[in-house]
Design a protein around this ligand. Sequence first.
Ligand code: MLT
Length: 405
Amino acid sequence: MFSINENFLKLPGSYLFSEIAARVSAYRKAYPDKEIIRLGIGDVTQPLAPEIIKELHAAVDEMGNSKTFRGYAPDLGYAFLRGAIADQDYRQRGCDISAEEIFISDGAKCDSGNIQEIFGTDNIIAVCDPVYPVYVDTNVMAGRTGDYDPESGTFSGVIYMPCTKENGFVPEFPDRDPDIIYLCVPNNPTGTTLTIDQIQKWVDYANEIGAVIIYDAAYEAYITEDDVPHTIYQCRGARNCAIELRSFSKNAGFTGLRLGFTVVPKDIKAGETSLHSLWARRHGTKYNGAPYIVQRAGLACYTPEGRTQIREQVAYYMRNAGIIKEGLKGAGYEVFGGVNAPYIWLKTPGKMNSWEFFDYLLHKANIVGTPGSGFGPSGEGYFRLTAFGTFENTCKAMDRIRTLG
Ligand code: MLT
């Protein structure tokens, strides 16, 4: 008789965005005439940039021609894409990262969930609270987190680093030393960020205690301020302790196309074993490579025209962020984020908790957002809106919120 991985039973409820989708779909069924504006999951709304479409078409045509057809992709990614990334995202920023240290994948969500597989199950993880739920949930599945306490909304074996308005949403070093530290900068969900000096302190701390930082830089394209680093490798010593995750979803609209990459420097070692070799082994065994046509689309993001076009798209979403931020402030809300990130984090009004505010906004204004408590206990009393809607819907949503009074 088979048995199951009982760690899965420790997970409370459903995955956050599945739960939201289920609630929205129930509301839709009950009120089919209502026009719902979705500012919940960070899913893009603008079509792919023309250069990306051009490259996709060209690559599709190659697949229909016996001379240019491609079968399995190299499991770690095509050299043309790994080379462009190493050059433009790292070397041009003065960072010593080679193409061989870049692993192409089908997105940062999968990588952020899978990366824990190369670590021992006795490793202690530290996460910001609130946090992108994938980091914790996947460690729960692996049996690394202890038991869930419904009272506190925490797992006994996880170190939580509260990020609230009281500490400016900046995580503080924990009382006990973790083995793996997850940092997402600019931050999902709070939309806030860390300066290069603050991140340098985390790198120094990780090197001192022998921890690894899993640095999720999915929102790097949204950085507007000069003192925020675009990659953790701008910090001294990061090659010895940091793995960086990147996505094409948010900067270039690949949420439906799927493409991302992970940087694992060869210098991060446990004894004689490099994490690079373990991740390569894992990737080679479990993955057959992102599709050729999608990697070619990714390459288009590194051409001069492609870069310009995707920057315009980021600017489009950041205009929405400004509209949400100002709209909410004008309506009397306390608002954070939205300057270096496409997320706006607000305090729920009065004594409303996060899910109560979710229901209130859905029923009274037909707007979908994300309850802060879904990201962790310190997210209670907060709420997230995304700037990834259309400009028109974003303005409409703010009008609706204004008239709620
Ligand atoms: C979010 O809304 O937090 C993200 O879109 C989720 C994701 O990227 O998987």
